[in-house]
Write a protein that binds this ligand. Structure first.
Ligand code: HEC
Ligand code: HEC
Ligand code: HEC
Ligand code: HEC
Ligand code: HEC
Length: 232
């Protein structure tokens, strides 16, 4: 009996397999792009009404985060400072700089464009409304701003550093020890765990893993992973 299938059909199973693979591959790519929209906001860096630089104020002038974000270790939300906080210094420092026009507009009745309205900073990090987040629960338990916001002290303009997705939160809640640091180092974004161990032989730890485990025990940290921890 003659072969009822033409010769090219011998290749059909391979072609089907290739098709299926590329569809599956496409789905994985599509899923990671569309099903996790937060991956799109890493790097979000809107321009701000005043070209405020964290690099100048932290790295160069040595200011502490809490000078401006004064609720970060006492409440759920970290506040962005009001114009008063800036004006304390800038009524004396670089007052006539064009970069400070946005501040004088809010604070200085002697300024031609003065309207007394608060500076409208553009919000960058935002969890959805159905998520409960709490800053003080983290920073008072040895989790640094750096873990979630990156090297803010090096940023001329703030950009989002992490995707803030549920998987990202859970990753740390399941294994917090690799992210814990001594409480006095939480606001120090130049912290180096290996150096800290060298400088503190009295702790009796040799590796960064051991330091993490020791701090976990000391702070009695047991992050919860039940849904109600983070959802209303
Ligand atoms: C001199 C005041 C000042 C100091 C000190 C300061 N910040 Fe800020 N921070 C601001 C202002 C003003 C904004 C809003 C404008 C902007 O995003 O740059 C801001 C914005 C931010 C944001 C983004 C907020 C959002 O909209 O999502 C983060 C995160 C942040 N700061 C972290 C830090 C950390 C971490 C430190 C300490 C290492 C710090 N800041 C120190 C004034 C300050
Ligand atoms: C503790 C005092 C202090 C506070 C508070 C402060 N600054 Fe500054 N800021 C300075 C100093 C000092 C400089 C100049 C740094 C340099 O150039 O060496 C500066 C520089 C600046 C510049 C750059 C100006 C230019 O012409 O280069 C801007 C813009 C600015 N600050 C905005 C702000 C804003 C907005 C706030 C409030 C969120 C603020 N600063 C809070 C002390 C302060
Ligand atoms: C465990 C992760 C985590 C740590 C640690 C953390 N943040 Fe945040 N931060 C967030 C998240 C998530 C948001 C968005 C919160 C929301 O929308 O409710 C945020 C928002 C902010 C905002 C915008 C205003 C607000 O409250 O939503 C500022 C300012 C800020 N963080 C500053 C800081 C500073 C300063 C530190 C360190 C002292 C810090 N954060 C530590 C995760 C963190
Ligand atoms: C880098 C590590 C880390 C990340 C990232 C992180 N957490 Fe946490 N979280 C912790 C630790 C550590 C604690 C403190 C646990 C304790 O006190 O036992 C905590 C505590 C909390 C609490 C307080 C729970 C209670 O016991 O009352 C909430 C709510 C929370 N986290 C929500 C979040 C959400 C939402 C995110 C993501 C947007 C997040 N966390 C990201 C480490 C982290
Ligand atoms: C440590 C904090 C945390 C815990 C615990 C947690 N979630 Fe979430 N969840 C988040 C955050 C943050 C988001 C928003 C970001 C995102 O969509 O990934 C979120 C988003 C979601 C969404 C919306 C997803 C989407 O893509 O729109 C659902 C549904 C959800 N969570 C269900 C749950 C359930 C069910 C549990 C318990 C098994 C749970 N979560 C536990 C932090 C948490």
């Amino acid at each position: 009996m003659a072969n009822i299938f033409p010769r090219w059909s011998n290749l059909l199973p391979i072609k089907i397999a290739i098709c299926l693979l590329s569809v599956a591959g496409g789905l994985v790519v599509a899923f990671s792009i569309y099903a996790t929209p937060k991956s799109l906001v890493v790097g979000y860096q809107p321009s701000q009404p005043i070209p405020f630089s964290h690099k100048i104020h932290i790295d160069q002038l040595g200011m502490d985060c809490r000078y401006c974000h004064s609720f970060v270790d006492v409440g759920g939300a970290a506040n962005v400072p009001t114009g008063n906080t800036c004006w304390n210094c800038h009524q004396h420092v670089l007052k006539d700089s064009p970069k400070l026009a946005g501040l004088r507009k809010a604070m200085d009745p002697a300024f031609p464009g003065y309207d007394g309205k608060p500076v409208e900073w553009v919000r960058i990090h935002k969890a959805p409304d159905y998520v409960k987040f709490n800053h003080s629960a983290h920073v008072n338990r040895g989790i640094s701003c750096q873990n979630c916001h990156g090297r803010i002290d090096q940023m001329e303009t703030v950009a989002q550093d992490q995707n803030l997705s549920m998987g990202w939160c859970l990753d740390c809640h399941r294994n917090p020890e690799k992210n814990l640091r001594p409480l006095e180092e939480v606001y120090n974004l130049k912290y180096d765990a290996a150096q800290y161990i060298k400088d503190h032989p009295e702790l009796g730890v040799k590796t960064t893993e051991e330091l993490g485990l020791k701090l976990k025990e000391q702070f009695k940290v047991v992050p919860k992973t039940t849904c109600a921890t983070c959802h209303h």
